[in-house]
Design a protein around this ligand. Structure first.
Ligand code: PLP
Length: 384
């Protein structure tokens, strides 16, 4: 089955057997516990909803299929998924190598929890520079953590090449695939060992559920993650599982429109006199445009740009927007705009932001699926 078909059908095959209802949409199984006939074995495969739940299981099956993975696991947030992965694989004294332009919350989790409280050391590299990655791998990290495209600078890392280098050092590669979505990029098929998602973003796509996911194909790694999902308990609720199953059905068509609109926005901004620089992997001016073309099926819905001015010019622009909501988060059908230095990346610290090239005049857009002409008009009036 092709992606679009899997996104609609996997996990929601109607049950036409005796006792089944034939419904084409999986029910929201709210039960916290499941009755059994005998003491020593759950009769229908379920015992307690933290351990597993039929609605969540349907979603986990679909998430795995869409990433080309054998196994999927759904969590209460992207960070809950990340925490569970770190708890399952790291111990005191271990090293993590991570890209330097990570989602702010991931960086906070690594620095303020795993490094500060649990003695894990984290080494940040510019993952677009394979020499830096190779040098860092000498420390034999227990995890190599990549985001591509990164947030908010949309840097692209070579997943295939980095997985080859990581495996050479005996290190598994984790890719946060939130920005691309599995429709545009499938890291496991390029060599990664685990994929992380904030399903809050493109996967659910409607800004009405917070969730996360892990997808893997290695059975031993899956067993560890499944154990920790139950042991730590940060699971996705049955209702949210239903919402994400519903959102996924339109992932392919949404992503197509997101990226068509994002390209229009990127071209419009590139030609505008009040814009200093536009960052979009689909523009030939993007430094890793060729790599993006090679490992992605499209360039996504995120566009970042620098206003020709300072932080207060960026703030004034944002406050004039009418259609783009000034809000954190991304990946929903509605367009959003935000100021990374003051909002999503405030916790990173000014010095580190400067080092990473994240300017105070940078604006990040999550381009929605509205009519592109309306979006351009809003940007035009706010820049004018
Ligand atoms: C939002 C986000 C996360 C964290 O996910 P939550 O669902 O907010 O916990 C992780 N990585 C990326 C790239 C994100 O955008």
């Amino acid at each position: 089955m092709k992606f679009e078909t899997q996104a609609i059908h996997v996990g929601e095959e109607p049950n036409l057997k005796e006792g089944g209802s034939g419904d084409v949409v999986v029910p929201i199984h709210l039960a916290s516990t499941f009755a059994r006939q005998q003491v020593d074995r759950p009769t229908c495969g379920y015992e307690y909803s933290r351990t597993s739940n039929p609605t969540r299981a349907a979603l986990e099956k679909r998430l795995a299929a869409l990433e080309g993975a054998k196994f999927g696991l759904a969590f209460a947030s992207g960070l809950a998924a990340e925490t569970t992965l770190m708890l399952s694989t790291l111990k005191s004294g271990d090293v993590v190598v991570a890209s330097d332009d990570l989602y702010g919350g991931t960086r906070r989790l690594l620095d303020k929890v795993f490094a500060q409280n649990y003695g894990v050391s984290v080494q940040y590299v510019d993952a677009a520079d394979l020499g830096q990655v190779e040098a860092a791998l000498k420390a034999k990290p227990k995890l190599v953590w990549l985001e591509t495209p990164t947030n908010p600078l949309l840097k692209i890392a070579d997943i295939g090449e980095i997985s080859r280098l990581a495996h050479g050092a005996g290190s598994p590669l984790v890719v946060d695939n939130t920005f691309a979505s599995p429709y545009l990029q499938q890291p496991l098929l390029l060599g990664a060992d685990a994929v992380v998602h904030s399903t809050t973003k493109f996967i659910n796509g409607h800004s009405d559920s917070v969730g996360g996911a892990l997808m893997v194909s290695d059975e031993a790694l899956y067993a560890k993650l499944k154990f920790s999902q139950n042991a730590a308990g940060a699971i996705l609720s049955p209702f949210d599982s239903f919402l994400v199953l519903r959102g996924l059905k339109t992932l392919a068509v949404r992503m197509e429109r997101h990226q068509q609109n994002a390209m229009r926005v990127a071209q419009f901004l590139s030609a505008h006199s009040r814009v200093r620089k536009v960052i979009y992997p689909g523009l030939p001016t993007h430094p890793q445009h060729e790599l993006a073309k090679k490992q992605m099926r499209g360039f996504g819905g995120m566009v970042s740009f620098e206003i020709d001015g300072n932080a207060s010019d960026a703030k004034a622009f944002l406050s004039r927007l009418k259609l783009f909501a000034l809000a954190e988060s991304l990946g929903g059908v509605e367009s959003l705009a935000e100021h990374p230095a003051l909002m999503t990346h405030a916790c990173v610290g000014a010095q580190e932001r400067t080092r990473a090239g994240l300017s105070d005049s940078l604006v990040r857009l999550s381009v929605g699926i509205e009519n592109a002409d309306d979006l351009l008009e809003d940007l035009k009036q706010a820049l004018g």
